[in-house]
Design a protein around this ligand. Structure first.
Ligand code: T46
Length: 148
């Protein structure tokens, strides 16, 4: 699976709705950074990178957009249009996002502080890293099987 969709508990009454995201309440990591994105033209493609370590949960608090996720083998598109859901993306996933509605606002909760050296911004380099990682994993599995 390239991503998980988290369903948040919605508290609400006639006054409107509210979602709380806090440490030690089922959130997948300790939140170190929050940023938000809006005012992107419909056909702009943002992202075009992967992260070596960073994990993030992305909430579309208003409007909609599409995320295209890629692990080097498969590509999946997920539409975000519901403020009670969070798109949880772990590390080593290439992401692009586009098709923004004019009212789209994305709030991003991040597991690490901003660090440009955590980015892989070249797709070929991303594929090379993914292949290296898979080769390492399968050699570790073979070693373990030999020792068992
Ligand atoms: C992702 C989507 C949803 C900072 O200085 N600090 C920050 O915390 C961030 C996130 C960005 N920047 C600077 C770095 C770049 O010069 O702002 C510029 C644009 O950043 P970036 O290329 O990260 O922006 P997006 O919108 O393409 O992607 C970001 C996240 O990086 C990405 O992981 O999933 O938002």
């Amino acid at each position: 699976m390239l991503y998980n969709l988290l369903d948040f508990t919605v508290r609400g009454d006639h006054q409107g709705k509210l979602v709380v995201l806090e440490k030690n309440s089922g959130f997948p990591f300790d939140i170190k950074r929050v940023y938000y994105i809006w005012g992107t033209d419909k056909n702009v493609i943002r992202g075009k990178h992967a992260h070596k370590k960073l994990e993030q949960v992305i909430v579309c608090t208003s409007g909609s957009c599409d995320f295209i996720l890629d692990d080097g083998n498969t590509r999946e598109t997920v539409r975000l249009d519901n403020p009670s859901q969070g798109l949880y993306i772990k590390h080593n996933i290439w992401r692009e996002f586009t098709n923004f509605s004019s009212d789209c606002v994305l709030m991003v909760l991040a597991s690490e502080y901003y660090d440009e050296s955590d980015y892989i911004r070249d797709y070929q380099m991303f594929l090379n890293e993914t292949k290296k990682h898979s080769a390492l994993m399968s050699s570790q599995i073979k070693k373990r099987e030999k020792n068992d």
